[in-house]
Structures are given as structure tokens and as C-alpha cells.
Write a protein that binds this ligand. Structure first.
Ligand code: GAL
Length: 673
């Protein structure tokens, strides 16, 4: 059994992607000296090094990597070693041009960037297996080796290839999944628009078509593309397990929904020994630390609640967004420790030394262009000084209050063409509900719709358009057993093949919600509706309305105007020991807060202490103790109540009563007892 923690790492992981091949070897000596100064414990090496390691077919040059790993080992830095299969060398592409992926429009990508890989291509698979084998044979028992890092961010930026090899592979995948072509016809509803197939050979990827392509075909292609990447991951992982036993294998995920939309991380989480994630702040005007918290919670959930590792984030600005602000003083530490609070066993960066050449020279790094006389470097060294102080939290798990249901397949289905409104977006609803829970200081676990959620007092379904009958039964049993469920509109509409459930909407949720929905009536841009209740509550909403017919549920708020005027907008249904809420329109932040406040009361979730909205409080618990993390994202000093006294790990001071958290600071208290 491979271990699930980086071998030989006894503290938090702190370091970054290290690309020394961009520098003369004389710089390496300075690198290791500075790594010690900063308290670096682990670096990621070799992710993009295939062209250097195998300069011509079958000829390897390992000399530089031998020297590098030995040097890192001498300096006590552990190594996360990449398999460089995300960028094959140019000689490979010149020999196998069909390994370059093709877009749905039929355009083949060129060499000269990165991640141009057709995952169905047999020559690519064979070459990837060879370089992985060569690396594993050479370094599989190197004393510096802590972790294997397969490939890089599967699914980004190429989410699927549409070439002929993929077409053939897709047909094999369909044959294995469905058995007969008639089963495909049935699942895809090919009776519609005369798309009936009589042989698997007739089926293509969903390439460019004049009107929208068959949605079930498009959905299956997303599943196929994801599964194909996973086949290649497994192929490399199995080689590494065989030749390098005991060393865990990972591949870096990108769970932020705004950064990768093509990978089903529920499935991937089961394949890796250790879940690792890359996260970059998206500066779109929203609160970046909320997006960070959401990605961290999703990563932990994908890891099944087990500790995971932040493998990349940035010390300051990135360079691939339209505008890339520098991080504010202290923000890097807040970001890093917020990930740790939510389960990461460290904080790693892209990258160690800022490049002088190439596409990412304006991306921040641990050692910036300006060298060690800079604020970034001073903050890196300060953060590194926490690595020892926090070592004891390793292995503890983040406590969660609430489960939010999320399913990549449902998101994929919902984003296909020709839905009732382009303004409805499952990701937007997930973000909005998450933010409303964050603002109530509730910690979120994400869960698959068919997962056992009985331990959570409150389960929230932001937008689950695709839902199986099994998921519906799961949620019904959850409520009957005493749970509180909140479901947002356009959920439970189709099955796993994007076929509308039989009977009225929302198929598998009708019984638990105690209602049916007769029609959707989305709103036009700028159009808003008011929803009101007998207690004087009045909320605004937009984007979506529905004609809801209660069948057991009580109307809590009704539409005061708009297409559904007079009909229920928010309902509450008592079923068994529990309660199910339904909201049929898009509530803003105030509406979500009202709704979740009432549902939290049903769930008997105790109100949180009166804290400013942007003071984040999260706990990790385990054998070594209970740790309270307080991250102050505001510009004002804050006080966080402690039920029991404790020791603050970053300052070493005792804390009791109300913990002082200065503006912009982080505090981590080991609670007594
Ligand atoms: C990541 C990638 C790194 C680097 C970084 C820049 O997605 O894995 O190699 O490109 O982005 O932010």
C-alpha cells in the first residue's frame, strides 16, 4: 500500500515548483542556500523537463537531475518529482504529428506552448510510459524523493480532443458502457432529429454541427474525455507504484470551478494517493478569499475529508488574467494559512525563482526578480518560520457544519446549449450559496448527491439539474430521518442521460419537496421580481421564476409580481422527522441569508458568535488536539471568542476569553484539553 503522506516529510510542506533548468548551475547553490533561509521543506521538480531528460528518442540525460536531487537532499529539501508527460519534446511531435489535439472545429494545435496532448494517441501513451519508467527506475528509491507528481493539471487548458483516434476510442468507450448501439440510441434519444445509429462505427465525437449537437452525446463525450485522461494517469501511477513502492503518487488538481471545468474530481479523488491542488485568486471584483475557501473545502471533500496539500498558489500577482494585481501585505500568509485551516498540510507555490524568459516571467515567485531585498521575499521567510510551529496540526481534519451537494456531471449537463435561460448558471448558484454560508461562519463540506449526508444537520442543493433517482431517494431518506434540506430551482430535472424525468418536475425531488413545478419562466435581463411573506418579509429576485404547485408543502414566501405573481416562491415541507425547503427563483445575498437563517434554525445550528463577516474561523481536530484558525481579512483588529483557553502557535502566547487577531493577521490556537 503506498503511503498517503509525502515520504520523509515531518513538517508542513513549504516550497514551490523549482525549475532549475532555466538557470546556470552556479545559481543552484544560491537556490539551496536561500531555500534553507526560507525554511523550504519540499520542491516540485521536473514537471516540464522531458525535452532535457530525453533530448532524442531513447537517449536520456539524467546527469543534471542526478546532481540536482543530490544537492537538494544534502540540504534537507524533500522532492516532489514530476513525470514530464504534459509537454512531450518537439522530436516526438515531428514523428507523431497526430498526437497534437484537434478542436471540435477540426483545427489541430501546434507545438510551442504546453499541454498539447491527445490522450487517446497510442504513440503518446507509449512514450509517456517509457519516460515514466525510466524516471521511476532511476529515482524510485532516491533518498530525496517524497512524492510523485504525474503530469500537470489534467484537463487544463485542453479539455477534450476531437481527432480520429479519439473518435475510435470514444466508440470503444461507448461499446463498453452501453453494450449495444440500440442502448446508445435509447440513452441519447436519437429518435429526435433522425439521429439513429445502426453501428458504433457511425458515431463521432460531438464535432462542429450546424445547430446544437445531441446533448446526451455531448455529455457522454465530456465523460469520455475525463475518463481517458484518467486512463493515462492510472497508467503512469501503476508504473510508479510498481517501480517505486511506498512513495505516494499524486497529480495536481485545480478544483476552483472557475479554473477547470472538465474534470470530475469525485472520480479522480479515488485514484490518487494524496489529493493535491493548485489555486490562484481570480481578481474579478469579488472577495478572493471566499473563492479560495470554497476551492479548499471542495478539495478536502474530494479527498474524503482527509488531509490534502496545496501544491501551487502564488506569492503575489499572476500574469494570465487581464489585470494582475500584486497581493497586499500579509495576503500571501492569509491565503496560505486559510488553505491550511481547511485541511492542507502545507502551502507550496508556483514557483521558486521568478523566470527571466518565457511566458510566465511576470508571474510572481518566492524569489522575485528583485531578489531578497523585497517585501515578497521577507514575507516568504516569515511564512517559512511558521512551518515548524504548525507541524503538530498534521493529520488533523477540518470540522464542517453543513454539506453542499455538487456534481460535475450535472454542471456539464446544465451548461449544454438550449436550456430555458442562458442566465442560469450552476456555478454561480454554488458560489452564491457558498458565500452566504461563509458569511454565516459555517464551514462547508461538499458531497456527491448519492453520498451519505446523514451526519450533517443541513444539506444545501444550489443547482442540481441532473439528478439520478438514487440521489432523490438519498435526499428523501435524509429528510425523513430528521435532516434539513434546502433546494434551489432547476434541480432534479433530468437523469444521467439528460432525459427529463417522467412525470412532473422536479422528478426525484417531488416527494421530498412536496410540490410540482408546471413551467419555468425565466426573466429577461434587468427584470426583477418581489417575493413577500405574511410576516412582512420582502425580498428581490431575478433570472428565474417557476409556476410551483404545492402538494403538501407550505408557502413561506410568494411572488408579489412578475410572471408567477401569487404563486409560491419559497416553500417548506415537513416530512418524517425533517424539513425540506425549496426556492424557485434566484435570490441575492440578502435573500439567501434570510432563507439559510430559517433553514439553519430548523436544523438547530446554533448561531455563530458575532464576528465580522470577513473574519474566518475554522477548526481542525485530531489526535494531537483541536486547533482554531482565525484569519482576519479585514483592516480592523478583531476579537474571536474562545470557549476554552489555549496556546497560540505562531506567537507562542497563551490565549483565553477573547483572542485578539490584529488587522490582516492569522492566529492558530491549540485549545486546551
Ligand atoms: C498553473 C500551472 C503552473 C503555472 C501556474 C501559473 O496552472 O500548473 O505551471 O503555469 O499555473 O499561475
Amino acid at each position: 500500500m503506498p503511503d498517503t503522506t509525502p515520504r520523509g516529510l515531518t513538517r508542513l510542506a513549504f516550497g514551490g515548483d523549482y525549475n532549475p533548468e532555466q538557470w546556470p548551475e552556479s545559481v543552484w547553490q544560491e537556490d539551496v542556500r536561500l531555500m534553507r533561509e526560507a525554511g523550504v521543506t519540499m520542491v516540485s521538480v521536473g514537471i516540464f523537463s522531458w525535452a532535457l531528460l530525453e533530448p532524442s528518442p531513447g537517449t536520456y540525460d539524467f546527469g543534471w537531475l542526478d546532481r540536482l536531487l543530490d544537492l537538494l537532499h544534502e540540504h534537507g529539501v524533500r522532492v516532489d518529482l514530476g513525470t514530464p508527460t504534459v509537454v512531450p519534446p518537439v522530436w516526438f511531435y515531428r514523428a507523431h504529428p497526430e498526437a497534437l489535439p484537434v478542436t471540435a472545429e477540426g483545427v489541430r494545435y501546434e507545438f510551442g506552448s504546453r499541454a498539447a496532448v491527445c490522450h487517446s494517441n497510442a504513440d503518446y501513451r507509449a512514450a509517456a510510459a517509457r519516460i515514466t519508467t525510466a524516471l521511476a527506475e532511476r529515482y524510485g528509491s532516491h533518498p530525496a524523493l517524497a512524492l510523485w507528481h504525474v503530469h500537470n493539471e489534467y484537463g487544463v487548458p485542453v479539455s477534450a480532443c476531437y481527432c480520429d483516434s479519439c473518435a475510435a476510442h470514444f466508440r470503444r468507450w461507448l461499446a463498453a458502457a452501453y453494450g449495444t448501439v440500440d442502448a446508445v440510441n435509447e440513452a441519447w434519444g436519437t429518435a429526435f432529429w433522425g439521429q439513429r445509429y445502426t453501428d458504433f462505427e457511425q458515431i463521432s465525437p460531438p464535432r462542429l454541427t450546424p445547430a446544437t449537437v445531441n446533448p446526451a452525446q455531448a455529455l457522454d463525450y465530456k465523460r469520455f474525455a475525463d475518463a481517458t485522461m484518467r486512463e493515462n494517469f492510472r497508467m503512469e501511477r501503476d508504473i510508479l507504484h510498481r517501480l517505486s513502492p511506498g512513495v505516494p503518487v499524486t497529480t495536481n488538481f485545480m478544483t476552483a470551478l472557475s479554473q477547470c471545468d472538465s474534470v470530475d474530481y469525485w472520480a479522480w479523488g479515488r485514484e490518487v494517493d494524496l489529493v493535491t491542488n493548485d489555486h490562484y485568486l481570480i481578481t474579478d471584483g469579488r472577495r478572493t478569499h471566499v473563492n479560495l475557501a470554497m476551492a479548499a473545502d471542495l478539495t478536502r471533500s474530494v479527498a474524503g475529508g482527509a488531509p490534502w496539500l496545496l501544491l501551487e498558489h502564488s506569492t503575489s500577482g499572476v500574469n494570465w488574467q487581464p489585470r494582475n494585481p500584486a497581493k497586499a501585505p500579509g495576503q500571501m500568509a492569509r491565503n496560505s494559512l486559510a488553505h491550511v485551516a481547511r485541511g492542507s498540510e502545507g502551502a507550496m507555490f508556483f514557483q521558486w525563482r521568478q523566470s527571466r524568459r518565457g511566458a510566465e516571467k511576470f508571474h510572481s515567485a518566492m524569489v522575485p526578480h528583485g531578489g531578497t531585498g523585497t517585501r515578497v521575499w521577507r514575507e516568504v521567510v516569515e511564512l517559512g518560520s511558521f512551518v515548524d510551529a504548525l507541524a503538530e496540526i498534521r493529520g488533523t481534519r477540518t470540522d464542517a457544519d453543513v454539506a453542499v451537494l455538487w456534481d460535475w456531471h450535472s454542471w456539464w449537463a446544465q451548461t449544454l446549449d438550449w436550456r430555458p435561460s442562458v442566465d442560469h448558471d450552476a456555478r454561480e448558484r454554488a458560489d452564491a450559496f457558498y458565500e452566504a454560508l461563509y458569511d454565516r461562519h459555517l464551514t462547508v463540506d461538499f458531497a456527491h448527491p448519492e453520498a451519505d449526508v446523514s451526519r450533517y444537520p443541513l444539506v444545501v442543493v444550489p443547482a442540481l439539474y441532473l439528478m439520478t433517482e438514487a440521489a432523490g431517494r438519498n435526499l428523501t431518506a435524509y429528510v425523513e430521518g430528521g435532516g434539513t434540506l434546502v433546494v434551489s430551482y432547476f434541480s432534479g430535472i433530468v437523469d444521467e442521460h439528460d432525459a427529463v424525468h417522467e412525470g412532473a418536475y422536479p422528478g426525484p425531488l417531488r416527494d421530498v419537496l412536496g410540490l410540482t413545478v408546471e413551467e419555468f419562466s425565466p426573466l429577461l435581463p434587468g427584470e426583477r421580481v418581489r417575493i413577500t411573506g405574511p410576516d412582512g418579509t420582502e425580498l428581490g429576485a431575478d433570472v428565474w421564476t417557476e409556476f410551483v404547485v404545492p402538494r403538501g408543502a407550505d408557502t413561506v414566501l410568494a411572488y408579489a409580481d412578475g410572471p408567477a405573481a401569487g404563486l409560491p416562491a419559497v416553500t417548506r415541507h415537513r416530512l418524517g422527522e425533517g424539513t425540506a425547503w425549496y426556492v424557485s427563483t434566484r435570490l441575492g445575498a440578502d435573500g439567501l441569508d434570510t432563507l439559510l437563517g430559517r433553514a439553519a434554525a430548523d436544523a438547530r445550528i446554533a448561531p455563530r458568535p458575532d464576528l465580522p463577516r470577513d473574519v474566518e474561523v475554522v477548526r481542525r481536530t485530531g489526535e494531537s488536539g483541536t486547533y482554531l484558525f482565525a484569519v482576519n481579512h479585514t483592516g480592523a483588529d478583531a476579537k474571536v471568542p474562545l470557549e476554552v483557553p489555549g496556546t497560540e502557535l505562531l506567537t507562542g502566547e497563551r490565549a483565553a476569553g477573547r483572542l485578539a487577531v490584529p488587522a490582516g493577521a492569522v492566529r492558530v490556537v491549540r485549545l486546551d484539553g
